[in-house]
Design a protein around this ligand. Structure first.
Ligand SMILES: *Cc1c(COP(=O)(O)O)cnc(C)c1O
Length: 430
């Protein structure tokens, strides 16, 4: 019996029934070749697959599970909430509690509306920006991923980049033509776009630290420039903090860089591993959302009590423990070990960490935009990924994704991972 027999059997069944065998493309391992493993259960920093393997996990539900898998505070909150009913379609008190927590932690969110996925949050924020400004164009940066909404599948990161897909079929050209794309960290290109069409641009949407083209931090002054240029032209600035919110710092990238966006989208960490996301921002803008105002957005399961309870438990824990310096020192140790091992093996590598988010590219740094990221050695990444996985370290199965650490990644996990990085690099470069 092969040692991945159960996963292989599940994947064959899944392929018959679910496109590509998965419910989200990157999970299918096409970015690294081969087949995915199937999870049996997870605890703390570890994932256990259906064939009994134990992996130290750096995917962490794409960063959502910042306390570690199955953290007792989250499990208890979910169990208590479930016993009181899973969904009502009627207001519940937990919605108000999570709204108070979120707006307290991120003051630029004067009001907030909860939805069920980051995609819903970004789509809704853009609708609001268009409705409020009366303009149709939006501007995004190449390699940034803002969910799978039609307007965002133009030079998108994450799975779109992993699979090397052209802009998606099914997105009308007329709609795609309303999305302007410029390189990340390039204020000259941004100025130029605004000089030619500035009075038609409703908003700029940005990953304030890129995670979906691999890890790319903003250069000095980028966000200040973004804020100034959008303000000069009457366009709204949307920080898409679905990944970075409560992840790079408690108050997200906007706290880290001292920027006040007009609108913000959050997801991932805010739901404690449940399907929760939100958009929020200036009160005068948010009051244009129905039923307070005319811009429509709704959701049957939005604000459902289990998601709200999990989110409250996670944010309360983070607010009390403020773990971000500790998370960053662990993440930085991993980056240092990885880059050091690569250099020792004679291959270029570059990486970085902010709070509990980190990443690397097999190329000479610095990586400042998607074009830089695409110069990385993807074949080396694939060999390195498999060499790590075989030794019990689970990285995202794509060169175009960030990595994460949780509070459950202790000294033992970090030391083990550093050792694995050394061995895996030797194998990948042999
Ligand atoms: C994950 C992500 C999204 C999409 O969120 P989903 O919950 O997958 O729809 C949007 N923006 C960013 C920056 C993300 O990382």
């Amino acid at each position: 019996m092969a040692d991945n027999e159960r996963s292989a059997r599940l994947f064959r069944r899944a392929l018959e029934l679910i496109p590509g065998g998965v419910n989200s493309p990157v999970r299918a391992f096409r970015g690294v070749g081969g087949e995915p493993f199937f999870v049996d259960h997870a605890k703390g920093a570890h994932i256990f697959d259906v064939d009994g393997h134990d992996y130290i996990d750096y995917v962490l539900s794409w960063g959502a599970v910042i306390l570690g898998h199955a953290h007792p505070a989250i499990v208890r909150a979910v169990q208590d909430a479930a016993e009181r009913g899973t969904s009502f379609g009627i207001p519940n008190g937990q919605e108000v509690e999570l709204a108070e927590l979120v707006t307290g932690i991120m003051p630029a969110l004067e009001m907030v509306r909860f939805v069920n996925s980051g995609t819903e949050a970004t789509m809704s924020a853009v609708r609001l920006a268009r409705g409020a400004t009366g303009r149709d164009l939006i501007l995004k940066f190449a390699g940034c991923y803002h969910g799978h909404g039609d307007s965002f599948l133009v030079q998108a990161g994450s799975g779109v980049a992993t699979l090397g897909l052209p802009d998606s079929p099914g997105v009308p050209a007329a709609l795609a033509s309303l999305t302007i794309t410029v390189p990340y960290n390039d204020l000259d290109a941004l100025e130029q776009a605004f000089r030619s069409q500035g009075d038609r641009i409703a908003c700029v949407i940005v990953e304030p630290v890129v995670g979906n083209a691999g890890f790319i931090p903003p250069v000095e002054g980028f966000h200040e420039g973004l804020r100034r240029i959008t303000r000069e032209h009457g366009a709204l600035l949307i920080f898409d903090e679905v990944m970075t919110g409560f992840r790079v710092a408690l108050g997200g990238a906007q706290a880290l860089f001292g920027i006040q966006p007009d609108l913000t989208t959050i997801g991932k960490v805010v739901g404690g591993g449940m399907p929760v996301a939100a958009y929020g921002g200036r009160r005068d803008l948010m009051e244009r959302i129905a039923p307070a105002g005319p811009i429509y957005q709704a959701g049957t399961l939005s604000g459902n009590p289990i998601g709200m309870a999990a989110g409250c438990a996670q944010l309360l824990f983070l607010r009390e423990s403020d773990p971000y310096a500790a998370l960053e020192s662990r993440a930085a140790a991993l980056v240092e070990a990885l880059v050091g091992a690569a250099r020792a093996a004679g291959v270029p590598a570059w990486g970085g960490a902010l709070g509990g988010m980190w990443g690397f590219h097999f190329t000479e740094g610095p990586v400042r935009n998607f074009a830089d990221a695409r110069r990385a050695d993807v074949a080396l990444f694939r060999r390195f990924f498999w060499a790590c996985l075989r030794r019990g370290v689970n990285l995202a199965p794509s060169a175009f994704e960030a990595a994460f650490v949780s509070l459950a990644h202790g000294d033992a996990e970090i030391e083990r991972t550093v050792a694995v990085f050394g061995e895996a690099m030797e194998e990948a470069t042999a």
